[in-house]
Design a protein around this ligand. Structure first.
Ligand SMILES: *Cc1c(COP(=O)(O)O)cnc(C)c1O
Length: 450
């Protein structure tokens, strides 16, 4: 094994296609349903919200989709993202596990979200769209979409969840630096927003309703979603395709464990689905593990059934693990993990038994994140810290048994704009706030019966 710790790729090795897991799943995923008729939605139903090229990707069963040259050109600025061997963290943990982390914090917005923001804006632009609306939670998606919009000369309007608008003014500024326009959600600009008090802390579900409502009413505008949908997961597979090639360069014949944090499921799927392809083909046999917060335990305690993607019930019904579309999670610091649902493709893969899930409390996550920062020099996003905390558990278990698993973990972004969360943790002021059974059944009571 080489002494190298960072693995990259030559320009001619760079992946030029995205991978579509739908082509390889033995059981096809259940289709999204029209909210009125409960019939499977067709491309026409999605046309008010998305441009034709993205609708085609949403429903495609082709195994690979070529990445357009203008998108590759932007990717080249920050891709391949590095794969590192976390040797000093391994040493600190005293583990015999070999830990590799794939670091998406090198993108212009500091997270994996740029990987899909760029193609989404590109396809809208070539389909004649010049105005995009979207939501953002912690601010990562709004930042990525507003950067991509500025590259292709598209107007970008962002509904930011009230709680993070109020507590994270720097995120709003960063979106504005990249040229986006920010509204606090719930806003007074939409019927969905006006259903709530002006000082309501908001939620991703409400912000999605607002952005969808505005796009649906403006024939010149479309809507962009930062996670959950098939085409978003497709774009993120560039992460896992690179990681497979980089792992081979590290002299590994495959992974034994692949771990990522899951909010809507996009960074996790982006890393995991190319590994799942290898697993289904029998060439590797990794355990694949999604990690979520105990206060928003969609995969581990939600129900697998049809529900809306937003609070107002404007989106198609998707079969997914859900906590209920009007569920408002407690204000944990990993804003990007506070979503009531899960990508239907991730939910399906969990339901089929290909992927496992676990839920962790935020104090344990920050503890792992601080240990990681002190050994590897990178401050993880609070979302990513969930994946690291699970890796820490696995690495400590390996230390007990002397096993030598190869662990690949997704580090979805850096936390340099989330230092307030670190200050709370270091000051001993972070609460673990598990979801009570009462709150869970209350939220699930409003899921439509299909
Ligand atoms: C948005 C975000 C997440 C959660 O979204 P997924 O779609 O589940 O990936 C995770 N990590 C970071 C850094 C994010 O910005």
């Amino acid at each position: 094994m080489s002494d190298q710790v960072m693995y990259t790729l030559e320009p001619d090795e760079q992946p030029k296609r995205w991978y579509n897991i739908v082509a390889d799943l033995p059981v096809p995923p259940p289709p999204p349903l029209h909210p009125g008729t409960h019939e499977p939605v067709g491309p026409d139903d999605l046309a008010p919200l998305f441009p034709p090229d993205l609708i085609a990707q949403e429903v495609t069963t082709e195994r690979y989709v070529d990445i357009p040259e203008p998108v590759l050109d932007v990717y080249r600025q920050y891709r391949p993202s590095p794969l590192y061997r976390a040797r000093r963290w391994e040493e600190k943990l005293g583990t015999s596990a070999r830990i590799y982390f794939k670091y998406e914090g090198v993108s212009p917005a500091g997270s994996h979200k740029v990987n899909t923001a760029v193609p989404q804006v590109y396809y809208n632009k070539i389909n004649g769209i010049n105005r995009l609306t979207t939501e953002t939670g912690a601010g990562q998606w709004g930042t990525a979409l507003s950067y991509a919009s500025s590259l292709f000369g598209v107007e970008c309007e962002v509904w930011q969840v009230g709680a993070s608008f109020d507590t994270k003014p720097q995120r709003r500024t960063l979106i504005e630096v990249f040229g986006g326009k920010v509204h606090r959600s719930p806003s007074r600009l939409t019927e969905s927003g006006k259903a709530f008090a002006e000082d309501h802390p908001g939620s991703l579900g409400i912000a999605i309703s607002e952005a969808v409502e505005v796009a649906a009413q403006d024939p010149e505008a479309k809507y962009a979603l930062g996670s959950v949908l098939n085409h978003v997961l497709l774009h993120q597979t560039v992460i896992g395709e690179e990681a497979l090639l980089q792992l081979a360069k590290a002299g590994e014949s495959g992974a034994d464990l692949v771990v990522g944090c899951a909010g809507g499921g996009s960074n996790f799927a982006g890393l995991a689905f190319p590994f799942l392809r290898e697993k289904l083909a029998g060439s590797q046999d990794p355990r694949i593990l999604a990690v979520e917060p105990s206060s928003c335990p969609t995969l581990t305690r939600g129900e697998y059934r049809y529900d809306f993607g937003d609070t107002a019930g404007l989106t198609p019904l998707m079969k997914m693990h859900t906590l209920g579309h009007d569920f408002v999670p407690s204000p944990i610091h990993a804003g990007g993990l506070r979503y009531h649902g899960m990508a239907p493709l991730v939910s399906h893969a969990v339901n089929e038994g290909y992927i496992d899930a676990v839920a962790l409390h935020q104090n344990e996550c920050f503890e792992a994140a601080v240990e990681f920062a002190r050994t590897q020099g990178i401050v993880p996003a609070p979302e990513s810290s969930h994946a690291l905390a699970q890796v820490r558990r696995e690495a400590l278990a390996a230390a007990e048994t002397g096993a030598e698993p190869v662990i690949v973990v997704g580090l979805s972004g850096h936390g340099l704009l989330e230092l307030g969360a670190y200050a709370s943790f270091l000051g001993g002021n972070l609460e673990d706030d598990p979801l009570s059974d009462e709150a869970l059944s209350e939220a699930l009571a409003n899921v439509p019966v299909i």
